[in-house]
Every structure is written in C-alpha cells, then in structure tokens.
Design a protein around this ligand. Structure first.
Ligand code: NAD
Length: 300
C-alpha cells in the first residue's frame, strides 16, 4: 500500500482515484470542486483542504488537471507543491499538456531532488473506469520503475510505456492523437463516399476492415450510426471523446510539430476541420460526429 496524494478528480481523475483505492492504496484527495471531492470520499479517499495539505505524508503525488497552466501553477506556483514535497516524493502528471511545460516542471522538480514524470493516458473515461488506461511516460528509468506498480492500479500493465526523457510522454500523446484525428476523418470520408455512391456503410466497413484500409476508427469506433452497437455514433454521438478535447490535443500536436521542424500538413488540416466543427456547436459531441460535417450537415 502506498500513500498517494491525488489532485484533480474530474471525468478522468475520479475513476482513476477510485481504482487506486480499490487496489488498496491510501488516497489523500484535493479538487476545487466539492462534489468531485465528496464522490471520491465516498469510495474511501480522505479529503484535504488544499493540494499542499493532500501531500502531507504522501509518497506519490498524482495530478490529473485540465491544461499546462494548471499543472504549472499546482507544482511551481506561489505555495506550489515543489515548496512542500519531501525529496524522495514521486510526482506523476497524467494530464494532457504541452511537452514544454512537462519538461520545465520536471527540471524544477529534479533541482530539488524530486522525481517527476509526465504520464498522459489514452483510453478515455471508459478505460479510466475499467482500469485499462494506456500510459505513456516521460522521465528517468528509475522514476518509471517506481511509477509502474502505481500506474498498474489504473491501467493495463501491457500498455504502460517509457517513451523517453521528461516531456516524451506528452510528445507520444500528441503524435497518437494527431493520427487518431487523421484516420477518423479519413474513415468518415471513405464511408460517406461509399454511401453516396450507393454502398451500405456496414458492408463497406466489413470490406475495409478485411483490407488495407483497416484502422482503429473503423474497427473499434465506427463513426456511422448503427453500424457498431455501443459506439458513440450509435448513441447520438454522446462522448466518448469530445470534439473540444480533440481540438486541444491537435493544438498540442501543432506545437510539437513546430518545435521539431515538421510541416504536418494533415495534422493542420485535421485541426482546421475539428476547429470548424467545434465552432458550429459540436464541442461537447463525440469526435466521431465529424462524419456529419463530411455528410454536409455540420450542426449538432
Ligand atoms: P475535467 O475538467 O473533468 O477534470 C479536471 C479537474 O481538475 C476538475 O475536477 C477541476 O475542478 C480540477 N482542477 C482544476 N484546477 C485545479 C487545481 N488548481 N487544483 C485542484 N483541482 C483542480 O477533465 P478530465 O476530462 O478529467 O481531463 C483531465 C485531463 O485528462 C485533461 O488534460 C484531458 O485532456 C486529459 N484526458 C481526458 C480524456 C477524456 O476522455 N476526458 C482522455 C484522455 C486524456
């Protein structure tokens, strides 16, 4: 059993924290939202008055926050966690943020002998609830070995990767979600083209799944309504993974591309299409609803 401070108990953090409690860890919890705190307290988490207070006696700190500015403020702001943590604390930031912030917070932590890893996740709320998240980790090998048994309480042990040094987890996450957006849009285009030319999208999906056009969006997240039971498309495009989050992640991918000197033309186009879809009022819809835009009906 490890004493863990868990900060950020939203859509993702709440089920992740509950799985750690179910795995036998002791959790000290903090969030700005009272209902979020009360929900995880019912599962056994001990509420703290502040992020700093949550860290009292904690061997590991986990943060699951909206964006880079929140992570920076919580760790390195005035009264930030780095001012109160013991030297041997392990910090795991599972938020999806820019790799630059992850690197800088990691360096600030290392200056004080504190281990920090960026550990963004893939899998969404369903995988967070099921405890089957994938983790992509950036930091030292020593920190990764310490982190692994904790991450196994929230994820699939075969999907916990050490991507490289600090910031690498966020680069991997940006690369993955950029290609996710591209193959989702490509899949929607192919299905719309086939349907408009007279094919049944369900039949076309089977053909492409057995052929070289097969991909994750087609196989496990089919964007055409009623082709796949249980998909967001068959449930009015309720998320799933929201358009708002895809736009955020594509913005992060653009930053990585700029920083690494890559002209990611398809990533840029995917961002343009998803930003337009968001501006049309689809921000809280599942990202597979981009199909409606390609079918010429972009309104929610
Ligand atoms: P969310 O908005 O539901 O939760 C964020 C939580 O952080 C909220 O409860 C908020 O009150 C809390 N918070 C904000 N600032 C805080 C502070 N200073 N101190 C304490 N608590 C604070 O977001 P989410 O959907 O849980 O996503 C969290 C992160 O995971 C994001 O970076 C997101 O991009 C990433 N992510 C989300 C999904 C998804 O499907 N939702 C999938 C993969 C990754």
């Amino acid at each position: 059993m490890t004493t863990i401070a868990f900060i950020g108990l939203g859509n993702m953090g709440s089920p992740m924290a509950k799985n750690l409690l179910a795995a036998g860890h002791a959790l000290r919890i903090f969030d700005l939202s009272e209902p979020a705190l009360a929900d995880v307290a019912r599962a056994g988490g001990v509420i703290a008055d502040s992020a700093q207070a949550a860290c009292t006696g904690a061997e590991v700190v986990i943060t699951m926050l909206p964006a880079g500015k929140h992570v920076r403020q919580v760790y390195t702001g005035v009264d930030g966690l780095l001012t109160v943590l013991n030297r041997d604390t392990l910090c795991l930031d599972a938020s999806t943020i820019d790799s630059e912030t992850a690197r800088e917070v990691g360096l600030a932590a290392a200056d004080q002998g504190i281990q920090f890893m960026d550990t963004p996740v893939s899998g969404g709320v369903a995988a967070a609830q099921a405890g089957t998240l994938a983790f992509m980790c950036g930091g030292t090998e020593e920190a990764f070995q310490r982190a692994r048994p904790i991450l196994e309480g929230m994820g699939n042990s075969e999907k916990i990767f050490h991507a490289g040094p600090g910031g690498s987890g966020q680069v991997a996450k940006a690369a993955n979600n950029m290609v996710l957006a591209i193959h989702m849009i490509g899949t929607c285009e192919a299905l719309t083209m086939g349907a408009n030319a007279g094919l049944d999208p369900a039949v076309l999906s089977e053909i492409m799944k057995a052929s070289s056009g097969n991909n994750w969006s087609l196989q496990v997240y089919n964007p055409w309504p009623e082709v796949m039971a249980g998909s967001p498309a068959s449930n009015g495009y309720q998320p799933g993974f929201m358009v708002d989050l895809m736009v955020k992640d594509l913005g992060l991918a653009m930053e990585v591309a700029r920083g690494s000197g890559v002209d990611n033309a398809l990533g840029r186009l995917a961002l343009e299409l998803y930003a337009a879809h968001q501006a049309d009022g689809n921000g809280t819809m599942d990202f597979s609803s981009i199909l409606n835009r390609l079918r010429g009906d972009p309104r929610p």
